[in-house]
Design a protein around this ligand. Structure first.
Ligand SMILES: Nc1nc2c(c(=O)[nH]1)N[C@@H](CN(C=O)c1ccc(C(=O)N[C@@H](CCC(=O)O)C(=O)O)cc1)CN2
Length: 280
């Protein structure tokens, strides 16, 4: 068996085109502001791609770039300004932040109605209660990938490998809202391989290159690889041993070109949702 690749690039392009068409019909331009603190190479790339995608969708988009030494109080004051700015529908603070800034304090300071990352406790609670408002972009993108690939979460045994606030926890909540039977596995799970082998839908989000081996995967399972690990040669490697998985899985997302592009497309979708909720 050779697994069917799930093309995130194509689905993201379609979603971006749909968002652009919906934005073009609005009497205003949705506004997105991304805040980048420091010069981490990967974050700089993602932020540039977000700004470009937002502009291409017809949004008013800008990036605020702050030096790596920026203090928490200064960042909080930038966020207060954006909260008060009526032209701004969506605020995103790129993560990770430098160590001197408490991520939780920053996320809590963002107006939940403008929290297009879906990380504010109010939005987390809405998702946990099964009524997502602004859902985190990567899990939302994965949900759309599953749907596009014809994979039905309802009743399926889903395993989420990783319990981060950005991916693992909200992914589990979204799958539960979609009526999957959800297990979260993590670094303290006793037998990771055995847990993975039971899954019909396996979401790998641990940030460890090729950690999920071919014999961890149930024949025919759908494998979603969230890992973006850069090897010594600069090449990107997912959390799943892709070549081995191809021979076992039923469908699989590649890295790159799987989940990553959907993260940005869903950010645009969230900005449109936030704008519509604020402006009617
Ligand atoms: N505030 C946030 N910070 C971070 C998030 C987030 O959702 N909100 N997620 C990640 C990084 N991320 C978006 O910010 C992101 C990661 C990867 C991609 C992507 O398109 N990846 C490409 C490969 C790009 C490359 O060459 O590195 C792919 O997988 O095809 C988009 C967005 C952490 N921070």
């Amino acid at each position: 068996m050779t697994a069917r690749p799930i093309d995130g690039k194509a689905l993201a392009a379609a979603l971006r085109a749909e968002v652009a068409a919906r934005a073009a019909a609005l009497p205003y331009r949705p506004g997105l502001v991304v805040v980048l603190v420091g010069e981490d190479a990967a974050s700089t790339l993602y932020v540039r791609n977000k700004e470009r995608a937002a502009r291409a969708a017809g949004f008013e988009s800008r990036t605020i770039r702050l030096p790596a030494e920026t203090g928490e109080a200064e960042l909080l004051s930038v966020i207060a300004g954006l909260n008060a700015d009526d032209a701004v529908d969506g605020i995103l603070v790129q993560l990770p932040l430098p160590a001197q800034i408490r991520t939780g304090a920053i996320i809590r300071a963002i107006d939940p109605a403008k929290d297009v990352d879906g990380f504010h406790p109010e939005n987390v609670a809405a998702l946990a209660l099964g009524a997502p408002r602004l859902a985190p972009c990567t899990p939302r993108g994965i949900f759309l990938l599953l749907r596009a690939a014809g994979v039905e979460p309802r009743g399926a045994r889903a395993l989420v490998l990783g319990r981060s606030n950005i991916v693992g926890r909200p992914m589990a909540a979204l799958l539960l809202a979609g009526d999957a039977t959800v297990t979260i596995a993590h670094s303290r799970t006793r037998d990771l391989a055995a847990e993975c082998r039971r899954a019909e839908i396996l979401i790998a989000a641990v940030g460890r290159p090729a950690m999920v081996k071919g014999d961890w995967i149930a024949p025919g399972a759908t494998v979603i690889d969230v890992g973006i690990n850069r090897g010594a040669d600069g090449a990107l490697v997912g959390d799943v041993d892709y070549q081995a998985a191809l021979g076992v899985a039923g469908a699989i997302t590649p890295v790159p070109g799987g989940v990553g592009p959907m993260t940005i497309a869903c950010l645009l979708e969230n900005t449109l949702i936030a704008a519509a909720a604020r402006r009617g």
